[in-house]
Write a protein that binds this ligand. Structure first.
Ligand code: AMP
Length: 410
């Protein structure tokens, strides 16, 4: 299955795929599209940046191109996403891939004015992208009719559950026709995600392309141990002065540090801005646009704000502070090394974050390269990688076979 044509998608969609410059389906598209076109429920794990949005948007549109006698005016496809940014991203994929079709599509997301959303819901909507809170708000006011709903997509389900949307998801699902097709996409398929999948999906096909211990092939990951904040700033400065760094996304743990760091960098003459959840939606949008257009070199962001951020050409992701949830590390580094480019992911780790580094390596079960810049060596070595395979738990005597990271199951 080397070409989109082999997937037997409608001609209008094939033209759009070509116009987007997609030459061949990515693995998640190759595996998901046929199963979705067969009408199966699908739960798929795929790393961010692998083309997972088109993996459900294309077959959903293929279904929409089949004529249907409408009973009401509600959506035929509903996509739930954890954040407004991701909703925006899905929407722009819908615009691009539906450019030769006449779909009515739009989003109902928090933080945006109600009137345009109400006007959208008064039309016969084909595809609706929504964040849970605002969707429920419209539902409670009787503005959404689900009698025509055919496909329900849960995008980044793991993240929605992390953000506490489990009750909202169940409330929405309970209002949908039971004969629908349900698709669940998630970075990981474990724990609470499996429970919700079990409850909402019907005999699903499981597609597991990404697991936590899959190495991001195109992303070089490095850790710098830093003694303190001043040391972190020196290490950061070293990277920012390097021409190899074209565009960087710097992550902080809080909105406050994001803002403070962006101000410091701006004062140092770097072309930078911050992106976090306390900013008005309009400003967030403008900041993202600037970054997308290459007008900013550095964006300092928090995890929630950066979720779903799809910006081509980010050469470096820098974790100025490690995330408190280890899974977020995988999401963060996935912002670089996109669409076939190489990327560098750097983590500046001070002693109070050693525990978080251990958590991340336990999750990925791969060591992150320890890196030292001459003249900026740390005074303390920091923790070393410890594999969490059964072999590593054998007592430290007798014969013990070492397993290297590359031999772990991918
Ligand atoms: P996603 O994982 O959906 O966030 O997609 C990541 C990026 O890959 C987006 O910029 C897409 O436009 C791009 N993309 C999606 N499918 C393909 C494909 N088949 N070939 C090349 N790029 C793609």
């Amino acid at each position: 299955m080397d070409s989109f044509r082999d997937l037997e998608l409608e001609e209008k969609l094939l033209r759009a795929v070509e116009a987007c410059g997609f030459e061949s389906p990515t693995p998640i598209q190759r595996d998901s599209i046929p199963a979705i076109m067969e009408g199966k429920d699908v739960m798929a794990s795929a790393q961010t940046g692998t083309g997972k949005t088109a993996a459900f948007v294309l077959p959903a549109m293929h279904q929409l191109l089949k004529p249907k006698k409408r009973q009401g005016r509600g959506p035929r496809v509903l996509v739930l996403t954890p954040t407004r940014e991701l909703a925006g991203q899905v929407n722009s994929n819908i615009q691009d891939l539906g450019q030769f079709c006449r779909f009515v599509a739009g989003s109902v997301i928090g933080g945006m004015p109600y009137p345009p959303q109400i006007r959208l819901l008064e039309k016969k909507v084909d595809l609706l992208v929504a964040t849970p809170g605002r969707l429920l708000d419209h539902m409670e006011r009787g503005r959404i009719d689900y009698s025509d709903l055919e496909i329900f997509v849960l995008d980044e389900a793991d993240r929605m559950l992390d953000l506490g949307f489990i009750g909202d998801i169940r409330t929405v699902a309970a209002k949908l026709p039971s004969a629908r097709q349900t698709l669940l996409f998630s970075a990981t398929l474990e724990g609470k995600v499996l429970t919700i999948a079990h409850d909402l999906l019907n005999d699903p096909v499981t597609i597991q392309l990404a697991s936590n211990n899959v190495r991001h092939e195109l992303i070089r990951q490095k850790v710098h141990h830093a003694d303190d904040l001043i040391h972190k700033h020196r290490l950061l400065d070293n990277y920012l002065k390097n021409d190899e760094l074209r565009h960087a996304l710097i992550f902080t743990a809080t909105k406050k540090t994001a803002e403070r760091l962006a101000n410091i960098l701006e004062a140092q003459g770097h072309n930078s801005a911050s992106l976090h959840g306390d900013m008005p939606q309009g400003l967030r949008k403008r900041t993202m646009e600037k970054m997308k257009q290459g007008k900013l070199r550095i964006l300092v962001a928090t995890d929630v704000a950066a979720r779903g951020l799809d910006i081509k050409g980010i050469s470096h992701v820098i974790n100025f502070e490690l995330p408190s949830v280890a899974e977020d590390y995988i999401h963060r580094i996935g912002r670089t090394g996109r669409a076939g480019e190489n990327g560098i992911a750097i983590s500046l780790v001070s002693p109070e974050d050693w525990g978080k580094l251990r958590e991340i390596e336990r999750l990925t079960n791969l060591p992150v390269e320890r890196s030292v810049i001459p003249g900026l060596e740390p005074t303390r070595a920091g923790p070393e990688f410890r594999s969490n395979t059964a072999a590593s738990r054998l007592p430290r005597f007798g014969k013990r076979r070492r397993r290297s990271g590359s031999r772990l199951r991918r």
